[in-house]
Design a protein around this ligand. Structure first.
Ligand code: ADP
Length: 334
Protein backbone atom coordinates (compact mmCIF):
# COMPACT_ATOMS: atom_id res chain seq x y z
CA UNK A 1 0.00 0.00 0.00
CA UNK A 2 2.89 2.34 0.82
CA UNK A 3 4.08 4.21 -2.29
CA UNK A 4 7.75 4.19 -3.15
CA UNK A 5 9.68 7.00 -1.45
CA UNK A 6 13.06 8.56 -1.92
CA UNK A 7 15.53 7.42 0.76
CA UNK A 8 17.67 10.12 2.36
CA UNK A 9 21.32 9.56 3.16
CA UNK A 10 22.11 9.47 6.93
CA UNK A 11 23.68 12.95 6.57
CA UNK A 12 20.56 14.35 4.90
CA UNK A 13 18.44 12.81 7.67
CA UNK A 14 20.64 14.41 10.33
CA UNK A 15 20.43 17.78 8.63
CA UNK A 16 16.67 17.46 8.44
CA UNK A 17 16.36 16.48 12.11
CA UNK A 18 18.38 19.50 13.12
CA UNK A 19 15.77 21.73 11.52
CA UNK A 20 13.35 21.48 14.42
CA UNK A 21 10.41 22.49 12.29
CA UNK A 22 10.68 19.33 10.19
CA UNK A 23 9.37 15.82 10.72
CA UNK A 24 11.53 12.80 11.46
CA UNK A 25 12.28 12.20 7.80
CA UNK A 26 11.89 15.31 5.66
CA UNK A 27 10.95 14.09 2.23
CA UNK A 28 9.01 16.35 -0.10
CA UNK A 29 5.96 14.37 -1.07
CA UNK A 30 2.74 15.57 -2.61
CA UNK A 31 0.71 13.39 -0.29
CA UNK A 32 1.28 11.33 2.85
CA UNK A 33 1.98 7.64 2.41
CA UNK A 34 -1.17 5.71 3.31
CA UNK A 35 -0.59 3.31 6.21
CA UNK A 36 -2.78 0.75 8.02
CA UNK A 37 -5.81 -0.69 6.23
CA UNK A 38 -6.46 -4.08 4.71
CA UNK A 39 -2.87 -4.81 3.66
CA UNK A 40 -1.51 -4.06 7.17
CA UNK A 41 -4.32 -6.20 8.65
CA UNK A 42 -3.47 -9.13 6.41
CA UNK A 43 0.21 -8.82 7.42
CA UNK A 44 -0.82 -9.00 11.11
CA UNK A 45 -2.85 -12.14 10.37
CA UNK A 46 -0.18 -13.57 8.08
CA UNK A 47 2.30 -13.62 10.98
CA UNK A 48 -0.08 -15.99 12.78
CA UNK A 49 -0.30 -18.60 10.06
CA UNK A 50 2.32 -20.86 11.69
CA UNK A 51 0.50 -20.79 15.04
CA UNK A 52 -2.84 -21.47 13.34
CA UNK A 53 -1.40 -24.43 11.43
CA UNK A 54 0.07 -25.90 14.61
CA UNK A 55 -3.24 -25.51 16.42
CA UNK A 56 -5.14 -27.10 13.54
CA UNK A 57 -2.77 -30.08 13.60
CA UNK A 58 -3.88 -30.55 17.21
CA UNK A 59 -7.52 -30.23 16.10
CA UNK A 60 -7.85 -26.91 17.94
CA UNK A 61 -9.84 -24.15 16.25
CA UNK A 62 -9.40 -20.84 18.12
CA UNK A 63 -12.81 -19.81 19.41
CA UNK A 64 -13.92 -16.25 20.12
CA UNK A 65 -17.25 -15.43 21.78
CA UNK A 66 -18.41 -11.82 21.43
CA UNK A 67 -21.26 -10.91 23.78
CA UNK A 68 -23.67 -8.34 22.36
CA UNK A 69 -26.39 -6.75 24.46
CA UNK A 70 -29.42 -5.09 22.89
CA UNK A 71 -29.62 -3.58 19.44
CA UNK A 72 -27.04 -0.81 19.11
CA UNK A 73 -26.68 -0.31 15.33
CA UNK A 74 -22.98 0.68 15.57
CA UNK A 75 -22.19 -2.41 17.68
CA UNK A 76 -23.84 -4.60 15.05
CA UNK A 77 -21.63 -3.10 12.33
CA UNK A 78 -18.46 -3.73 14.39
CA UNK A 79 -19.54 -7.29 15.23
CA UNK A 80 -20.25 -8.05 11.58
CA UNK A 81 -16.70 -6.95 10.70
CA UNK A 82 -15.31 -9.23 13.40
CA UNK A 83 -17.43 -12.24 12.32
CA UNK A 84 -16.40 -11.80 8.68
CA UNK A 85 -12.69 -11.39 9.44
CA UNK A 86 -12.73 -14.36 11.85
CA UNK A 87 -14.30 -16.64 9.22
CA UNK A 88 -11.62 -15.58 6.73
CA UNK A 89 -8.81 -16.21 9.23
CA UNK A 90 -10.06 -19.63 10.38
CA UNK A 91 -11.22 -18.48 13.82
CA UNK A 92 -14.58 -19.71 15.16
CA UNK A 93 -16.58 -16.63 16.14
CA UNK A 94 -19.87 -17.48 17.90
CA UNK A 95 -21.75 -14.31 18.82
CA UNK A 96 -23.99 -14.52 21.91
CA UNK A 97 -26.79 -11.99 21.66
CA UNK A 98 -28.81 -11.01 24.75
CA UNK A 99 -31.77 -8.64 25.10
CA UNK A 100 -31.34 -5.15 26.52
CA UNK A 101 -33.23 -6.28 29.63
CA UNK A 102 -30.67 -8.88 30.74
CA UNK A 103 -29.76 -8.29 34.39
CA UNK A 104 -26.22 -7.88 35.62
CA UNK A 105 -26.45 -11.15 37.58
CA UNK A 106 -27.67 -13.03 34.49
CA UNK A 107 -24.90 -11.59 32.33
CA UNK A 108 -22.23 -12.38 34.93
CA UNK A 109 -23.54 -15.94 34.99
CA UNK A 110 -23.18 -16.20 31.18
CA UNK A 111 -19.61 -14.89 31.37
CA UNK A 112 -18.86 -17.36 34.16
CA UNK A 113 -20.07 -20.25 31.96
CA UNK A 114 -17.82 -19.10 29.11
CA UNK A 115 -14.86 -18.71 31.49
CA UNK A 116 -15.32 -22.39 32.49
CA UNK A 117 -15.76 -23.67 28.91
CA UNK A 118 -12.40 -25.05 27.69
CA UNK A 119 -13.47 -24.80 24.03
CA UNK A 120 -13.74 -20.99 24.35
CA UNK A 121 -10.41 -19.14 24.09
CA UNK A 122 -11.50 -15.51 23.90
CA UNK A 123 -14.48 -13.60 25.33
CA UNK A 124 -15.29 -10.00 24.45
CA UNK A 125 -18.14 -7.81 25.63
CA UNK A 126 -19.19 -5.35 22.93
CA UNK A 127 -19.31 -1.81 24.37
CA UNK A 128 -21.18 0.40 25.08
CA UNK A 129 -23.43 -1.48 27.50
CA UNK A 130 -26.96 -0.41 28.53
CA UNK A 131 -26.91 1.94 31.53
CA UNK A 132 -28.07 -0.62 34.10
CA UNK A 133 -24.97 -2.77 33.49
CA UNK A 134 -21.72 -1.75 35.18
CA UNK A 135 -19.01 -1.83 32.47
CA UNK A 136 -16.18 -2.18 35.00
CA UNK A 137 -17.78 -5.16 36.78
CA UNK A 138 -18.82 -6.87 33.53
CA UNK A 139 -15.46 -6.46 31.78
CA UNK A 140 -13.58 -7.60 34.87
CA UNK A 141 -15.66 -10.78 35.08
CA UNK A 142 -13.81 -12.17 32.03
CA UNK A 143 -10.81 -14.33 33.00
CA UNK A 144 -7.53 -12.58 32.12
CA UNK A 145 -6.58 -15.73 30.19
CA UNK A 146 -9.61 -15.15 27.89
CA UNK A 147 -9.58 -11.34 27.94
CA UNK A 148 -8.59 -10.92 24.28
CA UNK A 149 -9.89 -7.31 24.30
CA UNK A 150 -7.39 -6.52 27.09
CA UNK A 151 -10.03 -4.53 29.00
CA UNK A 152 -9.76 -6.10 32.47
CA UNK A 153 -7.98 -4.18 35.21
CA UNK A 154 -5.35 -6.88 35.34
CA UNK A 155 -4.63 -6.74 31.57
CA UNK A 156 -4.46 -2.93 31.66
CA UNK A 157 -2.32 -3.07 34.81
CA UNK A 158 0.11 -5.43 33.10
CA UNK A 159 0.39 -2.95 30.24
CA UNK A 160 1.83 -0.44 32.72
CA UNK A 161 4.67 -2.91 33.24
CA UNK A 162 5.33 -3.42 29.51
CA UNK A 163 3.78 -4.42 26.20
CA UNK A 164 3.17 -8.17 26.17
CA UNK A 165 2.29 -8.33 22.46
CA UNK A 166 3.23 -12.04 22.33
CA UNK A 167 0.54 -12.48 24.97
CA UNK A 168 2.56 -14.56 27.40
CA UNK A 169 0.61 -13.35 30.45
CA UNK A 170 -2.13 -11.01 29.23
CA UNK A 171 -3.55 -9.42 26.10
CA UNK A 172 -2.91 -5.89 24.85
CA UNK A 173 -6.11 -3.92 24.00
CA UNK A 174 -6.76 -4.34 20.28
CA UNK A 175 -6.83 -0.71 19.07
CA UNK A 176 -3.64 0.28 20.93
CA UNK A 177 -1.99 -2.93 19.65
CA UNK A 178 -3.11 -2.05 16.10
CA UNK A 179 -1.55 1.42 16.41
CA UNK A 180 1.72 -0.15 17.59
CA UNK A 181 1.78 -2.67 14.75
CA UNK A 182 1.03 -0.01 12.12
CA UNK A 183 3.88 2.16 13.42
CA UNK A 184 6.30 -0.79 13.68
CA UNK A 185 5.57 -2.36 10.32
CA UNK A 186 4.32 0.40 8.01
CA UNK A 187 6.60 3.29 8.99
CA UNK A 188 10.26 2.91 8.28
CA UNK A 189 11.79 5.30 10.85
CA UNK A 190 13.52 5.02 14.20
CA UNK A 191 11.13 6.29 16.88
CA UNK A 192 13.51 6.33 19.84
CA UNK A 193 13.53 9.79 21.45
CA UNK A 194 11.15 11.43 18.97
CA UNK A 195 8.08 13.33 20.18
CA UNK A 196 4.53 11.96 20.15
CA UNK A 197 1.19 13.54 20.92
CA UNK A 198 -1.89 11.46 21.79
CA UNK A 199 -5.28 13.20 21.70
CA UNK A 200 -7.61 11.31 24.05
CA UNK A 201 -7.02 9.52 27.34
CA UNK A 202 -9.83 6.95 27.58
CA UNK A 203 -8.83 3.94 29.68
CA UNK A 204 -9.03 1.39 26.87
CA UNK A 205 -7.88 3.50 23.88
CA UNK A 206 -6.02 6.81 24.42
CA UNK A 207 -4.28 5.99 27.70
CA UNK A 208 -2.98 2.54 26.66
CA UNK A 209 -1.80 4.02 23.34
CA UNK A 210 0.19 6.68 25.23
CA UNK A 211 1.68 3.99 27.49
CA UNK A 212 2.75 1.86 24.53
CA UNK A 213 4.32 4.80 22.68
CA UNK A 214 6.29 5.90 25.72
CA UNK A 215 7.35 2.45 26.99
CA UNK A 216 10.99 1.46 26.67
CA UNK A 217 11.69 -0.56 23.51
CA UNK A 218 13.04 -3.30 25.79
CA UNK A 219 9.51 -3.52 27.19
CA UNK A 220 7.91 -3.58 23.75
CA UNK A 221 7.31 0.17 23.45
CA UNK A 222 8.59 2.81 21.05
CA UNK A 223 10.63 5.09 23.35
CA UNK A 224 8.67 8.16 22.20
CA UNK A 225 8.49 11.25 24.41
CA UNK A 226 4.73 11.39 24.68
CA UNK A 227 2.30 14.19 25.52
CA UNK A 228 -1.32 13.30 26.29
CA UNK A 229 -4.02 15.86 25.45
CA UNK A 230 -7.66 15.66 26.48
CA UNK A 231 -10.90 17.61 26.45
CA UNK A 232 -9.53 20.17 28.95
CA UNK A 233 -6.28 20.85 27.09
CA UNK A 234 -6.57 24.50 25.94
CA UNK A 235 -6.57 24.78 22.11
CA UNK A 236 -3.28 26.73 22.03
CA UNK A 237 -1.57 24.08 24.19
CA UNK A 238 -3.04 21.36 21.99
CA UNK A 239 -1.73 23.10 18.85
CA UNK A 240 1.68 23.48 20.49
CA UNK A 241 1.89 19.79 21.48
CA UNK A 242 0.74 18.59 18.04
CA UNK A 243 3.11 20.91 16.17
CA UNK A 244 6.10 19.46 18.07
CA UNK A 245 5.04 15.86 17.51
CA UNK A 246 6.74 13.50 15.07
CA UNK A 247 3.97 10.99 15.76
CA UNK A 248 0.36 12.12 16.27
CA UNK A 249 -2.31 9.65 17.37
CA UNK A 250 -5.89 10.84 17.74
CA UNK A 251 -8.57 9.02 19.73
CA UNK A 252 -10.78 11.94 20.73
CA UNK A 253 -13.99 11.54 18.73
CA UNK A 254 -13.80 15.13 17.46
CA UNK A 255 -14.07 15.51 13.66
CA UNK A 256 -11.40 17.79 12.19
CA UNK A 257 -9.59 18.21 15.54
CA UNK A 258 -6.16 18.07 13.90
CA UNK A 259 -5.82 20.66 11.15
CA UNK A 260 -2.97 20.84 8.61
CA UNK A 261 -1.56 24.12 9.95
CA UNK A 262 -0.63 22.54 13.33
CA UNK A 263 1.02 19.41 11.88
CA UNK A 264 4.79 19.16 11.53
CA UNK A 265 5.73 18.47 7.90
CA UNK A 266 6.61 14.79 7.48
CA UNK A 267 4.91 13.68 10.73
CA UNK A 268 3.31 10.25 11.16
CA UNK A 269 -0.45 10.61 11.76
CA UNK A 270 -2.58 7.74 13.05
CA UNK A 271 -6.29 8.54 13.25
CA UNK A 272 -8.25 6.28 15.59
CA UNK A 273 -11.37 8.49 15.57
CA UNK A 274 -14.49 7.15 13.86
CA UNK A 275 -17.16 9.85 13.83
CA UNK A 276 -20.47 9.50 12.02
CA UNK A 277 -21.48 12.81 10.38
CA UNK A 278 -24.04 13.88 7.79
CA UNK A 279 -22.43 14.81 4.50
CA UNK A 280 -23.80 18.35 3.82
CA UNK A 281 -23.58 17.77 0.04
CA UNK A 282 -25.50 14.51 -0.12
CA UNK A 283 -27.43 14.48 3.19
CA UNK A 284 -26.08 10.94 3.70
CA UNK A 285 -24.30 9.60 6.78
CA UNK A 286 -20.55 9.09 6.48
CA UNK A 287 -17.64 8.27 8.78
CA UNK A 288 -14.80 10.73 9.35
CA UNK A 289 -11.78 10.68 11.65
CA UNK A 290 -10.38 13.24 14.09
CA UNK A 291 -7.87 14.42 11.50
CA UNK A 292 -8.78 16.91 8.78
CA UNK A 293 -8.28 15.27 5.35
CA UNK A 294 -5.97 18.13 4.23
CA UNK A 295 -3.41 16.91 6.79
CA UNK A 296 -2.48 14.37 4.08
CA UNK A 297 -0.85 17.30 2.22
CA UNK A 298 1.53 17.91 5.16
CA UNK A 299 2.07 14.56 6.90
CA UNK A 300 4.63 11.98 5.83
CA UNK A 301 2.44 8.99 6.69
CA UNK A 302 -1.25 8.86 7.51
CA UNK A 303 -4.02 6.32 8.15
CA UNK A 304 -7.33 6.84 6.30
CA UNK A 305 -10.76 6.85 7.98
CA UNK A 306 -12.61 4.60 7.48
CA UNK A 307 -10.44 1.60 6.66
CA UNK A 308 -7.16 2.56 8.37
CA UNK A 309 -6.83 1.53 12.01
CA UNK A 310 -10.21 -0.33 12.06
CA UNK A 311 -9.22 -3.40 10.00
CA UNK A 312 -5.96 -3.67 11.99
CA UNK A 313 -7.91 -3.55 15.27
CA UNK A 314 -10.00 -6.51 14.11
CA UNK A 315 -6.81 -8.33 13.00
CA UNK A 316 -5.32 -7.71 16.48
CA UNK A 317 -8.42 -9.19 18.11
CA UNK A 318 -7.90 -12.34 16.04
CA UNK A 319 -4.16 -12.23 16.84
CA UNK A 320 -5.00 -12.21 20.56
CA UNK A 321 -7.56 -15.00 20.12
CA UNK A 322 -5.14 -17.28 18.26
CA UNK A 323 -2.50 -16.70 20.95
CA UNK A 324 -5.12 -17.34 23.65
CA UNK A 325 -5.83 -20.70 22.00
CA UNK A 326 -2.09 -21.39 21.84
CA UNK A 327 -1.72 -20.44 25.52
CA UNK A 328 -4.83 -22.27 26.69
CA UNK A 329 -2.83 -25.26 27.91
CA UNK A 330 -0.34 -23.12 29.80
CA UNK A 331 -2.31 -20.19 31.27
CA UNK A 332 -3.69 -20.11 34.79
CA UNK A 333 -7.49 -19.90 34.67
CA UNK A 334 -8.06 -16.50 36.23
P1 ADP B 1 -12.53 6.33 23.08
O1 ADP B 1 -12.87 5.25 24.07
O2 ADP B 1 -12.79 5.94 21.66
O3 ADP B 1 -11.15 6.84 23.27
P2 ADP B 1 -14.05 8.33 24.61
O4 ADP B 1 -15.25 9.09 24.17
O5 ADP B 1 -14.17 7.40 25.77
O6 ADP B 1 -13.53 7.58 23.29
O7 ADP B 1 -12.88 9.33 24.95
C1 ADP B 1 -12.63 10.48 24.21
C2 ADP B 1 -11.36 11.09 24.73
O8 ADP B 1 -11.07 12.20 23.90
C3 ADP B 1 -11.42 11.60 26.16
O9 ADP B 1 -10.27 11.19 26.82
C4 ADP B 1 -11.42 13.12 26.00
O10 ADP B 1 -10.77 13.80 27.07
C5 ADP B 1 -10.67 13.29 24.68
N1 ADP B 1 -11.03 14.56 24.00
C6 ADP B 1 -12.27 15.07 23.80
N2 ADP B 1 -12.21 16.26 23.20
C7 ADP B 1 -10.90 16.53 22.99
C8 ADP B 1 -10.18 17.59 22.41
N3 ADP B 1 -10.81 18.66 21.91
N4 ADP B 1 -8.83 17.53 22.38
C9 ADP B 1 -8.19 16.45 22.86
N5 ADP B 1 -8.80 15.39 23.41
C10 ADP B 1 -10.15 15.43 23.49
Amino acid sequence: MATKMKQLTPLQQLLCRNKHCQGPVMIKRNKAIVIGGASAASKILGRLSGDLENLNKLNIIPKLVPIVIGNVAESQVYINHKVKAAAKAGVDCSVQHYPNEITQVELLEKIHELNQDPSVHGIIVQLPLPQHLDEHIICNAVFTSKDVDGFTSSSLGRLVQGVDSDCKASYVPCTPLAVLKILQHDVDIKFKGLNACVAGRSHNVGMPIAMILSHDAIKGGLDLTTTICHRYTPPEKFADAVSKADVIVTAAGVPGLVKPEIVKPGAVVVDVGINPIINPDTGKRKLVGDVHPDVAEVAGWMTPVPGGVGPCTVACLLHNTVLAAKNSGTHRST
